[in-house]
Design a protein around this ligand. Structure first.
Ligand code: NAD
Ligand code: ZN
Length: 356
């Protein structure tokens, strides 16, 4: 459980991380090392990392403000300017330490600065460890449209040290866990079964589960790098989940939902729709709903919210030619992509979610 090598990148776990980065820094003749953090990872993660980094090369710290609202081209301009002011050159290394905002934005900055400099990602949230760390997607938002500007490129190394999770707020842990649950549902019944006792999972259990989750995502991405088919299965729960997330974000009367919390609702709805359309067992859908609601609680979605959420689906970038494409399940571990679903079944799914 030390390392995973993908087609284009090495991913190291826990203690293996520091052996790998120290060797990498020694072998490559970097002129300077830059570390990108936000205020939280500056406080909680950077000191620990600096203790482990062995180098005589000059290290400069660049801090940006945390949060999705800062995942913008303006923030990139700030980082590009700082790199330039500090004389970064083509032999510089950028190390991104943070959640998905830092690794997406830092990756994009590295890929574009002087036509590309070396970079290393150190994901420090559960979501960025199991999701954003694999697949090479970098980028920033354009206005309210997510991830519109970016490139696909892999970091030299990804270092996943679960020690960083000790300071991560509980709600962020639960949000990341949603992506791991998704990995189980779309690809592996044995892996899925390990989550039967969600509330009893310890950080030690998580260590192994994170490794397996990364392996699942790596296999999906490697078999379909350009998102023609298999990679689409990673959108399970995300069609309705994204629409619910955006609806709650833009509606002042609603509480803000973290991405994973919205995806949990989206997965329950997608299971119901699967039962209606693909023969996914009804009892399994009921069990998944109970498991998720017991752990995550229930999100209040009123009857009057349904039309606006369905309207938002039509803007989902994964839709082709105006049709709403769902990923459904035939059984646990057997997803079915490009399923067309009409509005009535979606409304029935909301009723199912709402009923005790
Ligand atoms: P995030 O980066 O905003 O981090 C969440 C919060 O946790 C932030 O306030 C951050 O400062 C704080 N934080 C990070 N690590 C911490 C730690 N160890 N201790 C305490 N606080 C810590 O959010 P996220 O959920 O990690 O990432 C979301 C982003 O990831 C989105 O922009 C999304 O588009 C992107 N993403 C990218 C991919 C990809 O394939 N590239 C996949 C999934 C998501
Ligand atoms: Zn997601």
């Amino acid at each position: 459980m030390d390392s995973i090598t993908t087609n284009d990148c090495e991913i190291h776990f826990n203690n293996a991380c520091y052996k790998a980065i120290n060797k990498h820094v020694k072998q490559n003749n970097f002129s300077k090392i830059f570390i990108l953090v936000d205020e939280n990872t500056h406080q909680y993660c950077l000191p620990y990392f600096l203790e482990k980094l062995e180098t005589n090369i000059v290290v400069e710290i660049i801090e940006i403000e945390s949060g999705e609202v800062n995942k913008t081209i303006d923030t990139c301009v700030g980082v590009w300017n700082t790199l330039s002011d500090l004389n970064a050159d083509r032999k510089s290394l950028l190390i991104n330490i943070g959640g998905g905002v830092i690794t997406d934005l830092g990756g994009f900055v590295a890929c574009t600065f002087k036509r590309g400099i070396a970079y290393i990602n150190i994901p420090t949230t559960l979501l960025s460890m199991v999701d954003a760390s694999v697949g090479g997607k970098t980028g920033v938002d354009l206005g309210h449209l997510k991830n519109q500007i970016g490139v696909i490129d892999n970091p030299n190394l990804v270092l996943i040290d679960t020690t960083f999770l000790n300071t991560l707020p509980q709600n962020q842990m639960r949000s990341g866990l949603a992506e791991m649950l998704k990995h189980g549902l779309i690809s592996d019944e044995i892996y899925w079964d390990k989550f039967k006792d969600l509330s009893k999972l310890t950080l030690d259990d998580l260590d192994v589960l994170i490794y397996e989750s990364v392996l699942i995502k790596k296999n999906v991405v490697e078999n379909d790098p350009l998102e023609d088919n298999l990679r689409k299965t990673l959108n399970f729960g995300h069609t309705l989940g994204h629409a619910i997330e955006s609806y709650f974000l833009s509606n002042p009367n609603k509480t803000t939902l973290l991405h994973g919390e919205a995806i949990i609702v989206g997965m329950i709805l997608a299971c119901y729709i699967s039962t209606e359309l693909t023969g996914f067992p009804k009892q399994t859908t009921i069990d998944i709903k109970d498991l998720f609601i017991n752990y995550y609680g229930k999100v209040t979605i009123e009857e009057e919210d349904y039309p606006a959420i369905i309207e938002l689906l039509k803007y989902d970038k994964k839709n082709n030619h105006g049709n709403i494409n769902f990923v459904l399940l035939e059984s646990i571990g057997t997803p079915k992509i490009d399923c067309l679903v009409d509005d009535k079944i979606i409304i029935d799914a909301f009723h199912f979610y709402d009923n005790q």
